[in-house]
Design a protein around this ligand. Sequence first.
Ligand SMILES: [Zn+2]
Length: 606
Amino acid sequence: MYEINFLKKKIKINPFIPKGFYLDLVMEPEQKQIGKNNGKSVIKSREYLNNSIKSLLIFAIHSQFFGLNNSDKYLLGGKITPQLIKYYKKNQDIENFKKEVIERFERKLKQEISEKQKKIIFSQINLQYSQRDTPFNKEYLNVISEISEVFNQRKDARAEYLLSLFDGKIKLFKKYVGEKISPLDWDFLFEEAKKAYIYEKGFTEYIYSARYAEILEKIAENILIKDSYFDLKKYPILLRKSADKTKKIGNLKPNEWKYYIQFGYEPINAISFLDTRNFLGIDRGLTHLLAYSIFDKGERKFIVNQLEPNPIKGWKWKLRKVKRSLQHLERKWKAKENVKLPENQMKKKLRSIEPKVEVYYHNISRKIVNLAKEHNASIIVESLEGGALKQHGRKKNARNRTLNYSLSLFDYGKIASLIKYKANLEGVPMYEVLPAYTSQQCAMCVLEKGNFVEPEIIGYVDEIGSREDLLFLLFEGSGLSFIKILKENKNKMSLSARDVKGQNINLNLKYNFKELVILNEQDENVVAEFPIKDIDGKFAILDSVYKRGKEKVNGIQKYTGNKKTGYCSKHGQIDADLNASRVIALCKYFKINDPILFGEKRKSFK
Ligand SMILES: [Zn+2]
């Protein structure tokens, strides 16, 4: 336990011992104000420190007013979503998953789910196991809304209880800084609490007003100049470093260490967001670093469509080349005579391009945040968490197995957090959505439907031999004609066809319960592929209107395997990365793939 007196720059440790003990607190830069530009950098760091201390205080006060303990976080931040039953783990036993789902619902409700409700949930889970994106049926959605109602009642009751405690919290702060804050401001705090706790979209979604932030700042400023000890109620981390760097740290005495206290806080700006109306979606690109686009809600169209180039690969290549020739030169000199090589400034510079990359990432994130602000848009990216991380949420069929992003997930995460940092400072809200299927949907189709478009069944595997039109559909856009079935085996077929030049080629068609692939026998190239859905032992062939890796060449749509383009049979060809960024923007607009504030934990499922 500790309390801080900011005026006296003292920290009091363990105040429960009547006397406690007191330590000096260093609250300004240790360097003297000398050097370049009359010590401008020292003044800068002093300003920075002052701001940090104030921000920490504001954050601590905000947490004392509106912070939640873990069980309240779980209750107030959670919601019941029908999506829950989609998130079974790979190879998870279905009965085990059913049990898990019921447990999660019951934990949220603090009461049991009826047998009738269970039956309906289980039958929907059965459907979901055969095909993850089966639409929810009405009965199931009704059960979810019944469950939601009970959950929301619990939530409301808890929020009301927390509101009833709020007066007490205000009294506590009045004791600290009472006379310095006007009665109107204190009243406003209570009004803000009322709005926050009974916010219709839920307490954790509430966006605090600018005036609330101002009042917190006033309180903080008064605490800073008050000669009394204040309990931050924020647990710091204690760090120690050897005071004498030349000594080994193995057996230093307590007074041979320097001690630092580290606090974590979030800038108060983060809680007063702009009221944005448009949506800026970002995705990683294949050849480009990033693709982003802005959806204008009023115009119902995409007003910005941008592909950000990737110069980094070029830099790396150039660096390798220069390094190699330098090494070569060095070896030559050394071999010649006993030359001592001068410390080469060039070499130092060449050591790394990391700072350059860092600056580039900073500039891009700045550019994106400015763009979002200029167009009154929130920013939406894909979640990087959990299982999505490995697969990027894309179905791992042959078509997507080879999606080779220009940015590693690590660097993408880095840029995302830079964007978040700058967005917070500007008050631009940033969200993340689940990555599932975002690269497999046509943005224009999603816009028309207001939701993801489900793939449709174009036929069954055992109909291929008897349905001419199905054969035609399988080869549509492949450029092949005169398709004939030569031989049928179990899970396999041999076919012949004529290519664009009129030459005969042989093909192999293979399928299992997951996918159907048609390959050119000679070069093993994929001619076409389709997902398969097992319906009561019959293999249904699915096709979606939008496909990545398909494009129009010389007027005919064709499966070229070029993942940079996508082709929608309704809306035509589009850059696949740009399309994905548009889909991501629309996810937030239509509330698909569970959008949450960036960096928040998804509470409704693991
Ligand atoms: Zn489309």
